[in-house]
Design a protein around this ligand. Structure first.
Ligand SMILES: Cc1cc2nc3c(=O)[nH]c(=O)nc-3n(C[C@H](O)[C@H](O)[C@H](O)COP(=O)(O)OP(=O)(O)OC[C@H]3O[C@@H](n4cnc5c(N)ncnc54)[C@H](O)[C@@H]3O)c2cc1C
Ligand code: SF4
Length: 513
């Protein structure tokens, strides 16, 4: 390999690579999602030489277009069409600088203490209570300016949810989000054109660069280099944005390697590195998700579905029963997916676009397990996962509650989106058919962007891949920092927990590099 390296500029993009190269750092972090970005910033601030490697390209607001199909095809893996074998559904995962934070709704929730108590008792953890993580949640919240969404950017779409919950006596609250000056354009999923969303590419990553970190984008890591108990770096190929076409080879030598490539890619990387960190046999196992379904409600009057924070109101009323309810974006494409019918009938229904809003429920599906394995010719994973009938039952319960909230807020028609049941309900009494309905998992329309546990933490080295600090069992200097280390579903949107865990991990790592 040519030993010439690129120049020392702190951010490199695809056009900057014209040959094979080798780099050296104290720490190499693979993956620039929330977890990898925090680790990079914290270690760079502590004075370590850090290189952050990201497969996707950086995006600027001018590249975000309102055609969500186009933006999502560019920013999501497999163009947003990745699906498991077992239960067919889209799994949304980002490929861009900032990872999921660039295209997510910025909802930031601390899971309630019972989630962490459950993790500690079932997975033999002793230092991962909510109290243990609180200082790290606080530090991240301060840095990102996480705060409740104010009413003036909620829009009717979100406030109707609040009103419906109030009517039924359910708790509800404005979502806390990592935004500054949100205009309520409701297009977080296709990229925030006003740069209000405090995604990693405009927060932790530039701060890391100010502290001396180098960020190399359009590089796909294919292998972790190591032998015995130690790793000494990573290697891979330059990849062209959007096509993934491979180019020059690279290698980065480092004293510490942190894998933050996400819940799907990190186990594949370990498998393709000779089965690293897998003495427990748990790498790629235990895959869990939060499957979610949407329910559309049609209202008698104009509800301005395009205005309002993308997902800005939520109810935690049913968290202990296994599901969370929240508002959802409602652009024409999302509504079209939820609207039944064909031809003129479909067109007629879509003419109600301005009177329709969409909300969703997500389930902490702890019974629905899967696994991730490597393909021989690609870094894309083979995903096996099946929605368990009991978790499907909880999702039906969530859909029923969403129907009730819509009617309580004044909807005149609700679309539950379950095969084999009426395509719409015109009253809450009609929706009550969901109480006793026999619904098979395959009758539900589901999707997920919350994925966990494929390199889970566990107090027992025989049952987990990493310890509570993200250090791989059996290795001295390999760490994992992404949602794959969660031992189970967090029950609420995961980004804030990933950030807090990564922040804690980086603090511990500062003195070990
Ligand atoms: C559309 C959408 C909406 C969401 N909304 C919310 C929300 O509102 N609130 C919330 O809490 N959560 C939300 N989530 C989930 C949240 O964004 C993720 O849980 C979070 O981003 C996970 O962080 P991570 O650091 O584990 O990994 P990721 O964010 O997935 O980052 C991993 C990074 O590693 C890179 N990578 C992978 N393989 C390689 C490789 N071989 N070489 C180099 N780089 C590699 C990827 O390109 C990616 O950028 C949403 C997710 C999506 C997709
Ligand atoms: S709702 Fe609009 S302005 Fe607010 S953070 Fe999302 S994309 Fe940006």
């Amino acid at each position: 390999m040519n030993e010439a390296s690129p120049s020392n500029e702190s951010l490199r993009v695809f056009a900057d690579y014209d040959r094979d190269f080798v780099e050296e750092a104290d720490v190499v972090v693979v993956g620039s999602g929330p977890s990898g970005s925090v680790v990079t910033q914290q270690l760079a601030e502590a004075g370590h030489r850090v290189i952050l490697v990201e497969e996707g390209p950086p995006f600027t607001p001018s590249e975000f277009v309102q055609d969500s199909n186009l933006t999502m095809a560019r920013t999501l893996r497999e163009a947003g069409l990745r699906s498991p074998i077992g239960t067919f559904m889209p799994i949304l995962q980002a490929i861009c600088l900032g990872g999921g934070s660039l295209v997510n709704s910025a909802m930031c929730l601390r899971p309630p203490p019972f989630v962490f108590d459950d993790w500690c008792s079932r997975f033999e953890l002793s230092q991962t209570t909510r109290d243990d993580l609180e200082p790290h949640f606080d530090a991240v919240a301060k840095f990102l300016g996480i705060a409740p969404t104010p009413d003036d950017v909620q829009g009717k779409r979100n406030l109707l949810f609040r009103d419906g919950c109030r009517e039924l006596g359910y708790s509800s609250e404005p979502c806390e989000r990592n935004v500054q000056g949100c205009r309520g354009s409701g297009e977080c999923f296709s990229g925030c054109r006003s740069r209000a969303k405090q995604s990693m590419d405009i927060t932790y990553i530039p701060e890391a660069m100010r502290c001396g970190a180098r960020v190399l984008t359009s590089l796909q890591v294919n292998r972790v280099l190591g032998a015995g108990r130690r790793v000494w770096g990573v290697e891979g190929r330059v990849v062209e944005p959007f096509t993934g076409r491979p180019g020059a080879h690279f290698r980065i030598h480092a004293r510490v390697v942190v894998l933050a490539a996400g819940c799907m890619a990190t186990p594949v990387l370990l498998m393709r590195s000779g089965g690293l960190a897998n003495e427990s046999g748990q790498v790629g196992q235990n895959l869990q998700m939060h499957p979610g379904s949407t329910v559309a409600g049609r209202y008698p009057d104009f509800v301005d579905p395009l205005f309002g924070g993308t997902q800005s109101y939520q109810s935690l009323q049913f968290l202990r029963e296994g599901f969370k309810l929240e508002t959802m974006w409602s652009p024409p494409a999302a509504q079209a997916v939820r609207t039944p019918g064909l031809g003129e009938d479909l067109v007629d229904r879509l003419s109600n676009f301005n009177r329709t809003v969409v909300w969703d429920g997500i389930v902490g599906a702890n019974r629905s397990l899967g696994r991730v394995s490597a393909r021989f010719d690609s870094m894309d994973p083979v995903i096996r996962w099946r929605l368990h009938p009991e978790d499907a039952g909880i999702l039906v319960r969530a859909i029923h509650e969403l129907c009730r909230i819509h009617f309580a807020a004044g909807a005149d028609r609700v679309f539950p989106g379950i095969a084999g049941l009426p395509e719409h309900f015109d009253s809450v009494e009609e929706a009550d058919v969901l109480r006793d309905a026999s619904v098979a998992p395959g009758d539900l329309t589901v999707a997920s962007s919350h994925l966990f546990c494929t390199t889970r933490m566990h107090g027992d080295a025989k049952q987990g891949v990493v310890d509570e600090w993200g250090k791989c069992y059996g290795l001295d200097n390999l760490y994992i920092a992404d949602t794959g280390i969660f031992p189970a579903c967090p029950s609420v949107n995961p980004m804030f927990t990933a950030l807090a865990l990564a922040h804690r991990q980086a603090h511990a790592l500062k003195d070990r590099v």
